[in-house]
Design a protein around this ligand. Sequence first.
Ligand code: GLN
Length: 309
Amino acid sequence: MAELAGVVAEIAAEMAARVERGQVASYIPELSKVDPRHFGIAVVTMDGQSVEAGDADAAFSIQSISKVFTLTLALGARGDALWRRVGREPSGNPFNSIVQLEREHGIPRNPFINPGAIVVTDAILAGHAPREAIGSILRFIQFLADDDSIYIDQAVAKSERETGFRNFALANYMKSFGNLDHPPELTLGVYFHHCAIAMSCRQLASAGRFLANGGRHPATGRSVVSSERARRINAMMLMCGHYDGSGDFAFRVGLPGKSGVGGGILAIVPGKASIAVWAPGLNANGNSLLGSLALEKLARAMEWSIFGR
Ligand code: GLN
């Protein structure tokens, strides 16, 4: 097996030099301002190494990666009853597709496509004011990462709200099926804010450690979720974390991963490592082009695929 620091440095140098970098998301105007030349990577291993390269300390919009943390919180609050409102199957459709929702009576396929994540957010909102729900999500992520400086980029949240017609359509549609407990604008207010959380690769890799560590927070040894729940969240990430590109990601990388349209990906090597990469240019499925490639190279060099060497 190769030596981690050398592999990471080599991948970062190669990614920095790539010409083909994909397209930065433009449907959220604030995200279209991000320079596609960025590339960052951070790896935290369960045996205590931490390796970074490139723009590993630059904050970016985590977008849908936040859905891993909201799913964890909602399962903690609601338990398995959550699965009555959202499925656990890959969607095979784009993250903001509406067609499947009609056929499946307002029950989204999984918690990582937009309608599924909106239902999860609605579950977190129960019994709270939107402001409190946003605060609890942010504090949970700060705790996981051991870093209180993680913040919500208000300009991104505003930009999403102003242009989120598709998400409003999805929320209204689910409301009509009785699968949304709160007014769509309240649930979406929370949703847009958690998508607008800004983190660096170093912070994101830290926040993902519990999923690589059987549900335990490595810094404090405290249990965040049971080992069974950690396994199941990893399974969801593998099957659904890259939308209609999930099969390709599993085929090429072989790790549970969650992408966001900000160009970040969180990938988990169970028992071994938590990895965050960031390259803002996306492929046709809305997943980071160079982020996926970097993870493919890293998993191969370190023999980290969950499917064996
Ligand atoms: N906030 C984004 C949206 O709702 C998240 C999508 C994503 O990262 N894939 O469209």
